[in-house]
Design a binder for this molecule. Structure first.
Ligand code: LMR
Length: 407
């Protein structure tokens, strides 16, 4: 292998994180990786997570034994209900199967691996990813041998959804393609389809027999409302699609490093849907065993305790509103400051977009200049993590953006 392994480039996002940490400027601002920060630019342990953690540590029965291959049962059940809804027909009819996964990335990988092995094997299959999308999507599907193409998503002109391009591409895609859908708070654009647009997207996916694969990393974090942020997924399930869901708890529980999440498979309603789900479950268990043996326990224990304890669940909803509320305030503040400065361009998209990120429209050249001159770090495509803004730095950031746009 010595002479056949080429040097791979560093991961752009984690590379950016390292560069930020090395920067010694007192003014530096991290708008790079999507991780929540409080108003002092510090990581925030959700109070409800702290409480659950304390309770778990005090439990005399706590040990470090293996979890089952499929993960912690009460966590899987609660996760299924959280994403699909307590009265979901798929849950009632036992046609949903859930495995605990290594957060969103692990769930996407498991799903990709499963589809590579069992979804129309020996035929040409294409995965459709939004343009732009979270860059990890490309390598996750590529690594299991599934080729990908893009569907238009973001219009640079309107800084909003390119709905016509989106629909047109899905319409012209080979029948039975796999379509990756961001359930809410699209990464990197912060632009989501409206409910009416989702209905039309579902119509095309049905007409073309495409396979929907949802990626949900921001339930409750986007709007502060767990039900609202799950609307698209629940709509597709109600419509009777067979589908997959990769669910991450990194952002909405702030459990970034604990790698808590789930993979869900939902069989379409039919007389043997339950048996389909059971067969799929048996294959997923084999894949899981060979990949990770069994999933990590600690983060799942924390999330599970919160999801299964009504008082903790209510406190979690409050913590979610704290995070989404602060981000919405920062959107308003950044827009207001840019408009006050008379910064060339329009800035309404900052408050129109939702979730962790805003797609500013800044060019790569402006992004690099902001890093060099003002020690403000963001990804080259002009995406900013809204959580990196706070009442102390938003004025500084707005002034730096203003200068970069005018230069
Ligand atoms: C991001 O896009 O910043 C986050 O989802 C972090 C990650 O893992 O890429």
């Amino acid at each position: 292998t010595a002479d056949v392994v080429p040097q791979a480039p560093e991961d752009p996002l984690f590379g950016l994180m390292t560069a930020f940490r090395k920067d010694e400027s007192a003014n530096k601002v991290d708008l790079g990786i999507g991780a929540y920060r409080d108003d002092n630019a510090k990581p925030w342990i959700l109070p409800v997570v702290q409480k659950a953690d304390d309770l778990i540590r005090k439990d005399p029965n706590l040990n470090h034994e293996y979890l089952p291959i499929t993960g912690l049962a009460e966590f899987r059940e609660a996760s299924q209900k959280l994403v699909l809804g307590g009265d979901s027909p798929a849950v009632k009819e036992k046609r949903a199967h859930t495995l605990q996964a290594v957060s969103g990335t692990g769930a996407l990988h498991l799903g990709a691996l499963f589809l590579a092995k069992f979804y129309k094997p020996n035929t040409k299959r294409t995965v459709y990813l939004s343009d732009p999308t979270w860059p990890n999507h490309f390598q996750i599907f590529n690594n299991v041998g599934l080729p990908y193409k893009s569907y238009p998503y973001f219009s640079k002109k309107t800084k909003a959804l390119d709905f016509d391009g989106y629909i047109d591409t899905l319409q012209n895609a080979d029948e039975g393609s796999i379509v990756v859908l961001h359930a809410c708070a699209h990464n990197p654009t912060g632009v989501d389809p409206t409910q009416g647009q989702w209905k039309k997207i579902a119509d095309v996916i049905r007409a073309k027999k495409h396979f929907p694969f949802f990626d949900t990393a921001y339930q409750g974090f986007a709007s502060g409302d767990l039900t609202r942020d799950a609307w698209a997924i629940r709509y597709f399930v109600e419509q009777g699609f067979e589908l997959c869901i990769a669910q991450s708890y990194a952002k909405n529980f702030g459990l970034y490093g604990e790698r808590a999440g789930c993979f869900h498979f939902v069989a379409a309603p039919s007389s043997d849907a339950e048996s389909t789900a059971t067969r799929v479950a048996s294959q997923l268990a084999i894949l899981q065993r060979s990949e990770i043996s069994n999933p990590p326990a600690y983060g799942a224990r924390i999330a599970s305790l919160i999801l299964n304890t009504p008082e903790l669940f209510a406190q979690w909803e409050e913590d979610l509103r704290t995070m989404s509320g602060r981000i919405i305030e920062m959107r308003k503040a950044l827009r207001r400051k840019l408009e006050e400065l008379g910064t060339p361009g329009t800035w309404n998209h900052i408050t129109d977009q939702i979730g962790m990120f805003s797609f500013t429209g800044l060019t790569e050249q402006q992004v690099l200049k902001l890093r060099e001159d003002s020690h403000i770090y963001m990804t080259k495509n002009g995406r900013i993590s809204m959580a990196g803004l706070n009442t102390k730095n938003v004025g500084y950031v707005a002034k730096a953006f203003d200068k970069a746009v005018r230069d």
